[in-house]
Design a protein around this ligand. Structure first.
Ligand code: MG
Length: 253
């Protein structure tokens, strides 16, 4: 083996060793000081520690304003069936009010973190289409189409997003009722798995990758689980403690 070939093989080995999963702050880095789930502060904190992405959840109000919150209801208000004035008056646990998507993207624009945008499952197909249409339009308006990837738990929403996103934009879905091969046939790009499910069924990772589907894992609580994810080629970690998970990864060769 000549010297050039040896160097190329070494370089390839180093490249493989460096392929660690990207860490996505689930609802932002919400357990940082002064932060809260789906808050502006959580987005800024996720960016500040070098997360690959920061996840957030989008609803459309009864009067067509895009707002960010995880649950369908906040302080007794059903978001889909309330006005923006009612929803935006609600406080998060850190004292911020519920952000609009517009406010969120204004803050996100100069940051580096990728935007992992979950489109919530709405009550009707008509409203599901409305939230998708308005969200895609706002990402375009902000020039953020290259920095956003989408997640949804709505089957209709998934199929609609796949049809409408710009080429190359990732659309992801929770694993469970959809197999990797089915997701690929629909034109989707990623599946989310519980770490424990993957560890019991490691062949799922190979099947995803063979089908061109990225693998996201969540509920990782120990360094051993993290090492397993690294060794088995998991692409992304969805994390409720992103600083801890970044620290775990930094200590692995
Ligand atoms: Mg979510």
């Amino acid at each position: 083996m000549n010297r050039l070939m040896t160097m190329l093989l070494l370089l390839a080995a180093l490249t493989v060793a460096a392929a660690k999963p990207g860490v996505i702050a689930h609802r932002g880095y919400w357990n940082a000081p002064g932060s809260a789930k789906n808050s502006i502060r959580g987005l800024i904190k996720a960016d500040s520690i070098g997360c690959y992405g920061s996840e957030f959840d989008v609803w459309v109000t009864a009067d067509d304003v895009l707002v960010i919150n995880h649950d369908a209801v906040i302080n007794g208000l059903d978001i889909e069936h309330s006005t923006a004035a009612e929803v935006l008056a609600q406080k998060l646990s850190n004292g911020e009010t519920v952000p609009t998507l517009e406010q969120f993207l204004t803050v996100a624009k100069p940051l580096n973190v990728r935007l992992v945008c979950e489109i919530k499952a709405h009550d009707s197909n008509r409203r599901q289409e409305e939230v998708i249409r308005r969200t895609l339009a706002m990402m375009k308006q902000f020039g953020l189409e290259d920095r956003v990837e989408y997640v949804t738990f709505s089957r209709n929403g998934l199929l609609s997003l796949i049809k409408q996103v710009p080429a190359g934009t990732s659309v992801q879905y929770p694993a469970g009722d959809v197999l990797p091969e089915q997701m690929a046939a629909w034109g989707g790009h990623g599946l989310n798995f519980r770490c424990k499910v993957l560890m019991k069924n490691p062949d799922l990772i190979r099947r995803c990758h063979d089908a061109g589907i990225k693998v996201k894992a969540w509920k990782i609580t120990t360094p051993e689980q993290m090492k397993w994810c690294v060794d088995n080629g998991v692409d992304f970690i969805t994390s409720d403690d992103p600083e801890m998970h970044l620290d775990m990864l930094s200590k692995m060769d």
